[in-house]
Structures are given as C-alpha cells and as structure tokens.
Write a protein that binds this ligand. Sequence first.
Ligand code: 5GP
Ligand code: ZN
Length: 115
Amino acid sequence: MENCIFCKIAAKEIPSNAVYEDEEIYCFHDLEPQAPVHVLIIPKKHFASLNEVTESAEDKELLGHLMAKVGQIADILGLENGYRLVNNCGEDGMQTVPHLHFHLLGKRKLTWPPG
Ligand code: 5GP
Ligand code: ZN
C-alpha cells in the first residue's frame, strides 16, 4: 500500500529495529515505547485494521501464523514473566497507524483496566 508507513517499514524503505521476521510477518521496536519492552508485530500484507481481516483461508492462515509466533517473540524478548498483546482498532480504539499491528508490551507490571 502506497504511503503506508508500516508497509514501508516492512519493505525496509524506512529503517526500524527488527526483532523477528519471516515471509509473512515483521516485528520491530516501537519508536515511543510505553514499557521497557514495546514491540509491534505486523503482517507484511496491508490491512488498514482488524476490521479488514476476512474469513478467507489466506487471511486466517496469516493471522493464525502471527498469533502462533507471539510466544516465540516473547521468548526472544525475555518476557518469561508475562506480557500484554494489544490491538487498537479505529477511532475509539485510538489507532493512529492504519496498518494492522499488535503491540507486545512487557518488563513492567502493566495496569488494568487500560485508559
Ligand atoms: P497505534 O496508536 O496505531 O495503536 O500504534 C502505532 C504505534 O506505532 C505507536 O506506538 C507509535 O509509537 C508507533 N510508530 C509510529 N510511527 C513509527 C515509526 O515510524 N517507527 C516505529 N518503530 N514505530 C512507529
Ligand atoms: Zn500498510
């Protein structure tokens, strides 16, 4: 998707600090971390938000793959004590970048409920 910052990050047109990458997903450190560990996990395929994910076999495989990798990424980051996986969707969800991404936060006691 043209002019999408996370598509450009996934394509290495914009630099980022990588944690994990494979053919389908990319994980990199957030520019403004909200916890000692704060990374973003994105599908390389562009979806503006979770609302664009369909029940097609392709989308289900991709999102299933992303979720199945979270534990491995948490291991890479040393999050053995736990973490939080967050998706902000749309205006009320305070989504600011319109390319589907999951925040993985950890290495501090996270408060609940979120604001
Ligand atoms: P959202 O508010 O959409 O859920 O999250 C977007 C996240 O992307 C924010 O935490 C923000 O700090 C991060 N972010 C925005 N632009 C960039 C960038 O160019 N590089 C990196 N690494 N993170 C970014
Ligand atoms: Zn994109």
